[in-house]
Design a protein around this ligand. Structure first.
Ligand code: 3HC
Length: 315
């Protein structure tokens, strides 16, 4: 392609993004735009399927049939979110098997939040309330992402995340209004999950190498710190409603802005967990690889059936 034609395509692409338009799979797009989307969508998908493990550990130990049914539905939803997102990545030319291999070999990331253990039932409640609450804060703007398939996948994901967050908050409400031991469980879970949930929004803006370009391309609509602040401002009143204490002695409401100042995140912990030194990193990836290997026969059977159907249709 001539430099002039490339420049014309680039200008038309950026004009579409700047006009809040949608870029579709068959449209021309800069290689960097494609690469950034594959990176983010793949790691988003990895997070969804790894995220099934912390809560999945509690399906056989849920405190009632009702809670078990809700939890099964939620964990199944996460698998479906992974499916939508891998499919969105495939519209960019990514190969799903290659993406999974990058996950299995530690060459692509998933959200640090899923490397923490779920040591009590209250953790399952706190994950729904805080982790899915943070996910909603981050994913709603993605429904207006410039890349069509990603934005559309997010629309359905966010509807299901709302159920996830509500069921978590309801479970926290039951514990917070329960026996003293249950209240303590709820408080302990808030203490364990509060700061790792703030880390879900990524490094602070000054340390985010991808944000500026992602915002120029209409992939990111708000900065990491903006969305983190929105999450804190929305969630602290919920904790107060539960009668629980957010584990941050520096939390202060600014009555003029209605916003909360909060303490410094432990970025050493964040980068250590991202690097693979979290409490559960090895278990999560080992379980993931085992599940992939155990499921090989299902993929082979489905592929054989599809192949037979295709040959029958072609005959
Ligand atoms: N865990 C692991 N890695 C993280 C991270 C986290 N919490 N936050 C940031 N990172 C990584 C980024 O991937 C990037 O590394 P890379 O260049 O190798 O990919 C690096 O840290 C620098 O971060 P940036 O802010 O520059 O990177 P991004 O612009 O990609 O922003 C993000 C990070 C905000 C997570 C963005 O990728 C995003 O919005 N992703 C989509 C949402 C998502 O993936 N959420 C994860 C949780 S999914 C979930 O919660 C499911 C729910 O059902 C429970």
């Amino acid at each position: 392609m001539s430099e002039q034609l490339q420049a014309e395509f680039q200008a038309a692409f950026q004009a579409e993004v700047d006009a809040d338009g949608r870029i579709e799979p068959r449209d021309w797009m800069p290689d960097g735009y494609r690469r950034t989307l594959v990176r983010q969508i793949a790691q988003h998908a990895h997070s969804e399927i790894i995220g099934m493990q912390p809560e999945g550990n509690w399906i056989t130990r849920a405190p009632s049939l009702r809670r078990k049914c809700i939890l099964v539905a939620k964990v199944q939803d996460e698998a479906g979110h992974g499916l939508y997102l891998y499919s969105a990545a495939e519209t960019l030319g990514a190969d799903r098997d290659e993406l999974l291999d990058l996950l299995h070999t530690g060459r692509q990331k998933y959200s640090t939040i899923f490397n923490y253990p779920t040591t009590s039932w209250a953790d399952v409640a706190a994950i729904g309330w805080l982790v899915d609450g943070a996910a909603i804060m981050n994913q709603v703007p993605l429904t207006r992402c410039s890349y069509g398939p990603y934005a559309r996948a997010m629309t359905r994901v966010c509807k299901e995340e709302s159920f996830h967050q509500r069921q978590g908050f309801e479970a926290m409400t039951v514990l917070a209004n329960g026996t003293p031991a249950q209240r303590q469980m709820a408080q302990d879970a808030l203490d364990r999950w509060w700061w790792p949930s703030l880390m879900m929004f990524g490094p602070s803006d000054g340390d985010s190498p991808n944000s500026a370009q992602s915002m120029a391309w209409g992939i990111k609509r708000f900065s990491n710190d903006e969305l983190r602040q929105r999450f804190v401002d929305a969630t602290v009143p919920q904790a107060e409603h539960l009668g629980l204490t957010v584990p941050d002695p520096e939390l202060r409401l600014d009555p003029e802005t209605g916003s909360y100042a909060f303490g410094e995140i432990d970025w050493t912990e964040f980068y250590a967990v991202m690097k693979g030194d979290g409490p559960c990193n090895r278990d999560r990836v080992r379980n993931r690889v085992a599940a992939h290997e155990d499921g090989a026969w299902v993929r082979e059977a489905a592929a054989a059936y599809a192949d037979k159907q295709a040959r029958r249709a072609a005959a």
